[in-house]
Ligand binder design. Structure first.
Ligand SMILES: [Zn+2]
Ligand SMILES: [Zn+2]
Length: 323
């Protein structure tokens, strides 16, 4: 479907709770560009094939593939598309490093994630379950493409317009969005979604305060004259500043709530189960805990909680506000 002239939204299926990802095809006089790729998973690659056939696109017409960030539903089919089309695949430099560390070396981060969960109070049995679940995505993100770095805050011509490539770290460290000042179109990846809040997680290999980065990135996007947001999940929307306002409020309420749940001393795992409930799946708990940790890191940076390491276990305590 052509959402605005020369920009087509391609909704690809996902076998997850979020059942789709929006990718974009942008038409120029001399070819096409792609933003985000879906998983290398037959129901999804079939949609790409049908779309190319439907729009009369030959593989050689694809001149560039841009990936907003390294999460599987955005990066997964980049290698498959590159093999098919021969097009270069572009990503932010920090994100290319994450791809190497996380996907190419076979999840070398798993043992350190295990350590992180242990020191934050997750029960042992659950840790092994969660780690096992983490190694399951390799097949849907193969083959890996040759990656070319995007210029930092550079410009790209596609879809008959110029887009600024803007770094928006937070949801992932090298996340980028594409903004066209020509007509106010923002292709926002996972940085700005219409309903769900983008998860902001603290991993052992990530920045030490990703939520601070995320909120600063939201503020940066809030200064752009955006008329239409084309997100990676959910429907397109127009009220960009309203959404940023709501998200900022949401995080500030959540931070106050988490500081309260820390109380006189709790592990991140205890806070997380109080917040999200105890019956999460092993997939959900991984994100729930790392999101809680991102909030706690932010709160500690603002001296609203203080952490203490005793016998290998970290607890957080709410600090009373200075008068
Ligand atoms: Zn993501
Ligand atoms: Zn996503």
């Amino acid at each position: 479907m052509e959402v605005v002239p020369n920009i087509f939204i391609i909704k690809l299926p996902l076998p997850f709770k979020i059942d789709h990802v929006n990718c974009y095809l942008l038409r120029d006089k001399n070819g096409w560009s792609i933003i985000d790729t879906g998983l290398n998973y037959p129901p999804s690659t079939a949609v790409w094939e049908d779309t190319f056939a439907g729009l009369g696109i030959r593989y050689g017409d694809i001149k560039g593939i841009y990936v907003s960030h390294m999460h599987p539903c955005h990066y997964g089919a980049a290698g498959w598309l590159q093999e098919l089309t021969g097009a270069p695949v572009f990503m932010n430099r920090a994100e290319i490093t994450s791809v190497d560390q996380t996907w190419k070396k076979g999840r070398t981060n798993v043992p350190v994630v295990g350590e992180l969960f242990k020191e934050n109070g997750m029960p042992h049995g659950l840790i092994s379950e969660v780690l096992e679940n983490m190694t399951g995505v390799q097949s849907i993100i193969q083959p890996h493409p040759a990656l070319s770095p995007l210029a930092e805050d550079g410009k790209v011509e596609m879809g008959g317009r110029w887009f600024e490539v803007i770094n928006t770290p937070g949801h992932s460290e090298g996340h980028v969005i594409f903004f066209s000042a020509d007509d106010g179109v923002l292709i926002s990846g996972d940085h700005l979604l219409p309903s769900a809040a983008s998860n902001v997680c603290l991993w052992p290999t990530s920045h030490s305060n990703p939520l601070e980065l995320f909120l600063a990135s939201l503020e940066k996007v809030g200064r752009l004259p955006v008329k239409l947001v084309l997100p990676a999940h959910g429907e397109a929307f127009t009220d960009c500043s309203g959404r940023i306002h709501d998200l900022t409020d949401y995080y500030h309420e959540r931070l106050v709530q988490i500081a309260g749940l820390a109380g006189a001393g709790s592990t991140a795992y205890q806070i997380c189960t109080r917040l999200f409930g105890a019956d999460l799946t092993s997939f959900e708990i991984r994100f729930a805990l790392t999101e809680t940790l991102a909030c706690l890191a932010y709160l500690e940076g603002k001296s609203m909680v203080v952490s203490r390491l005793v016998n290998g276990i970290v607890t957080y305590r709410k600090m009373e506000r200075p008068r």
